[in-house]
Design a protein around this ligand. Structure first.
Ligand SMILES: [Zn+2]
Length: 195
């Protein structure tokens, strides 16, 4: 239901690129924006993550989708205080290795990671760097996917208590409430007027 929740659920700064990447697969409507290697190339280019002339191969598309789903499961884990899921961790570290991330410390006591690899490996590595930046500045834990299993839309949790569960209270939040109401009712054995 992302089209309805787009503005209120946007992540700050370049973390929004990560959210957009995860939402290239719309679970609810089964729309796959990264349907071909060419589509991946186009998306990365639009996001300014791809060097001019870099081309995506079918294997790059596989790796990009694996990274996307690893991000989705890591963002699902952000609802609770658990650690990163093992499969996601393996994918992240594979992407980091392929991108050949290198660390640079600057005079003003900051540090930056840069991928040394080229092509799609570099682009996927750059996405991962955006994630590590967000982990460092504390915004990562607010990037979540909707708890409604049929939705799973990526959203940024703006709530003060960091307790947001759904992409949109108006849509998935109400849906969950109605389901809970129905379940309670069925347990009670029928109509709402039972005493
Ligand atoms: Zn939702």
């Amino acid at each position: 239901m992302g089209f309805m929740a787009a503005d209120s659920s946007a992540a700050p700064g370049s973390l929004e690129t990560v959210r957009g990447f995860v939402n290239t697969r719309d679970v609810e409507s089964s729309v796959e924006a990264l349907s071909t290697a060419g589509a991946l190339q186009g998306w990365l280019h639009e996001a300014s993550l791809l060097d001019v002339g870099a081309e995506a191969r079918p294997v790059d598309l596989q790796r990009a989708r694996a990274l996307r789903e690893a991000l989705r499961s890591a963002m699902a884990a952000n609802h609770s205080a658990t650690s990163l899921p093992a499969e996601a961790l393996a994918v992240f570290n594979d992407v980091a290795q392929r991108a050949d991330l290198s660390l640079r410390i600057t005079a003003d006591l900051r540090w930056a990671m840069r991928p040394r690899a080229g092509g799609i490996d570099r682009a996927l590595g750059s996405l991962l760097v955006l994630v590590t930046d967000a982990i460092s500045d504390g915004t990562w834990r607010r990037l979540k996917v909707c708890l409604n299993d049929t939705c799973q839309w990526a959203f940024y949790d703006q709530s003060r208590a960091r307790s947001g569960k759904w992409c949109s209270m108006q849509v998935c939040g109400n849906r969950a409430k109605q389901q809970a109401w129905r379940a309670r009712n069925e347990k009670a054995g029928g109509g709402p007027m039972q005493v």
